[in-house]
Write a protein that binds this ligand. Structure first.
Ligand code: ADP
Length: 145
């Protein structure tokens, strides 16, 4: 058991389709603490850092186009074991495989060729969360929490 922070993004499809509140409610319903929250327009440089493991993939251009198609909401949420738990709450990457009750299962679906639009991102490890928080909340780098 450990208190962790996760970096959660409501992606452009989630913002455009009115799911900011739904994602925030899912966080609050589980009584995780929202430590920071802001709306931003992602830059190509932020996305290259955030998706550094995917920049060489053939579909990276699709990801970049999608993630710059509108504003996103960046959230730092904290709680015991939030990283693994929130990934389960989000559901699998492919919305077609996401069960009802998960965020992607309730608010996303397959749209055909192109980027996978799946409403949310959440960190997959403590190390990723630390890296991602610096990318989206650079102003917090020297703060305690
Ligand atoms: P997750 O977001 O579930 O952690 P990944 O880290 O594997 O998944 O991928 C990051 C994001 O890139 C996905 O959420 C999705 O939006 C997009 N993506 C992943 N794989 C593909 C693909 N094969 N084609 C198009 N977009 C993809």
């Amino acid at each position: 058991m450990s208190t962790e922070k996760s970096l959660i993004l409501v992606k452009p499809d989630g913002v455009q389709c009115g799911h900011i509140g739904h994602v925030i409610s899912r966080i609050e319903n589980r009584r995780y603490e929202i430590k920071a929250l802001k709306m931003v327009n992602a830059t190509e440089e932020q996305l290259r850092q955030h998706y550094s493991q995917l920049v060489d993939k053939p579909y990276y251009a699709d990801i970049e186009k999608f993630m710059t198609s509108g504003p996103i909401v960046a959230i730092i949420a904290e709680g015991n074991e939030i990283i693994d738990t929130f990934r389960k709450m989000a559901g699998p990457t492919n919305p077609s495989e996401a069960m009802a009750g998960t965020i992607r299962g309730d608010f996303a679906r397959a749209w055909g060729p192109g980027p996978i639009k799946n409403v949310v991102h959440s960190s997959d490890s403590v190390e990723s969360a630390e890296k991602e928080i610096k990318i989206w909340f650079p102003e917090r780098i020297n703060t305690e929490n």
